[in-house]
Design a protein around this ligand. Structure first.
Ligand code: DGY
Length: 324
């Protein structure tokens, strides 16, 4: 861009890693949020006045109401996340807005957290850590506390996209047998020997572990519910790095309380950060605060991917990760 040329104005709803903010500042006239405070819909509309685009995050709910009120200067909304259920794509399309996301760059970080959840939930890492930290370790015992094996178990993956496949690759290193359910079977080299189940109901009885890796859509909302949980073998372990809304909390909590589900590892919840408080009371729930993509490199790469989409748009090109 020539010196002196007026740079397009952009709103960033939340703070991003420093290196990413520097790259944004080099390309656009940016309105940053240095305090990293959640902006109300009113404040988003005010701050976006005159901006051609908005870089938002999965914490910002761009529903039909907010989208309809956005200033007419706004032409593109770029979420710094792969999940985009917080953006009403129909409303965006109706208003003539382009929406983009950031697939690909958070695959490994999220798959790593899925394995952490499997190991943590199965082996009781959370209660073990608390016992040591709180000086409640009674000493060695052969019979308590005992966890569950991960190695050699059967893992069912709900959603065999990039992240599901990355979870499968890691799980194979633990000698796990992989099953998956997806709308369609993936290519042989992507399945790498995993068994495809066209119906979720057919896969669940084979799952010592169930890893939820599908997108949150109208079809997947509450897909893991009392009926589907009942199809898991007794003592199965459920982990979720996708979205909380895919799980019916009442059903999972009842299954954890009753022991049909031996343990759960959850990184995502309905209504974050105000999670169902009953989870906090369950010793067999290993809980993380949506850390799936939370590494400096990954968050920086996500932000730079959003920047690439915004830059392409500003240059009159089709953004590479266009959603609508
Ligand atoms: C994503 O990118 O969807 C992660 O869950 C972070 O929100």
């Amino acid at each position: 861009m020539d010196r002196g040329e007026k740079r397009p104005k952009l709103l960033l709803t939340r703070k991003l890693p420093d290196a990413a903010e520097e790259a944004f500042a080099a390309r656009f006239d940016c309105q940053f949020n240095p305090e990293d405070e959640a902006l109300s819909p009113d404040n988003i509309c005010k701050a976006a006045d005159g901006c051609f685009g908005i870089a938002l995050t999965s914490m910002d709910k761009f529903n039909a109401g907010l989208i309809s009120r956005l200033p007419s200067s706004v032409k593109i909304i770029a979420t710094v996340s792969v999940g985009h259920e917080h953006v009403d794509l129909s409303a965006a399309t109706a208003k003539g807005l382009i929406a983009t996301n950031t697939p690909g760059v958070l695959t490994d970080a999220t798959a790593d957290i899925a394995l952490l959840l499997m190991l943590g939930a199965a082996r009781g890492a959370h209660w073990g850590e608390r016992m040591v930290r709180e000086d409640r370790w009674p000493g060695a015992s052969m019979v308590t506390p005992l966890g569950h094996d991960v190695s050699g178990q059967r893992l069912g993956i709900l959603g065999m996209g990039r992240i599901g496949q990355a979870v499968a690759r890691r799980a194979r290193a633990f000698g796990m047998t992989i099953h998956y359910h997806n709308r369609k079977p993936v290519a042989d080299e992507e399945a790498a020997g995993a068994t495809y189940h066209a119906k979720l109901e057919d896969m669940l009885p084979h799952c010592d572990f169930l890893s939820i890796n599908c997108a949150m859509t109208a079809e997947t909302r509450n897909l893991i519910n009392a009926r589907t949980l009942a199809l898991l073998p007794h003592g199965a372990i459920v982990v979720n790095t996708a979205r909380g809304g895919i799980v019916d909390d009442d059903a999972l909590i009842a299954a954890l309380q009753g022991g049909h589900v031996a343990a759960a590892g959850l990184d995502v919840f309905a209504n974050e950060p105000n999670i169902d408080p009953r989870y906090r009371t369950l010793e067999n729930a290993f809980l993380l605060p949506h850390l799936g993509s939370a590494t400096l490199r990954t968050r920086t790469d996500m932000a730079l991917k959003a920047l690439a989409n915004l830059t392409a748009f500003a240059e009159g090109k089709t953004p590479p990760d266009r959603l609508n």
